[in-house]
Ligand binder design. Structure first.
Ligand code: ZN
Length: 86
C-alpha cells in the first residue's frame, strides 16, 4: 500500500514538470530578429516580447508591427523568432 502511494506521487510531479517544460523553453529556443533575418516561404513565427504569444509573418519589410494578441506595437528587432517544431 505504502509503495503504491509513493509511486503515484512521483508520477504526478514528473507530469507537472513535463507540462511546465515547453512554456519555459519557448523563449530560450527563440532567437532575436536581426537585419539579416529573412522570412521563410511558409512564414515565420514571431514571439511577442510583451505577451509571449506568437504571430505568423511572411516578410520583414516593416519597422514595427502590432501584436494580434496584446495589441502592443513592437519594434522589429524586439521580436524574437520562435523555434517551430510542430
Ligand atoms: Zn503580444
Amino acid at each position: 500500500m505504502m509503495k503504491r502511494k509513493l509511486m503515484s506521487e512521483l508520477t504526478y510531479s514528473e507530469k507537472m514538470q513535463e507540462e511546465l517544460e515547453p512554456i519555459r523553453n519557448k523563449e530560450e529556443d527563440s532567437k532575436p530578429v536581426t537585419k539579416h533575418t529573412r522570412a521563410k516561404r511558409t512564414g515565420n513565427l514571431l514571439l511577442c516580447p510583451e505577451c509571449k504569444k506568437t504571430n505568423r509573418i511572411y516578410h520583414f519589410s516593416w519597422a514595427a508591427i502590432v501584436c494580434l494578441n496584446c495589441k502592443a506595437e513592437v519594434n522589429k528587432y524586439d521580436w524574437r523568432i520562435a523555434n517551430e517544431q510542430t
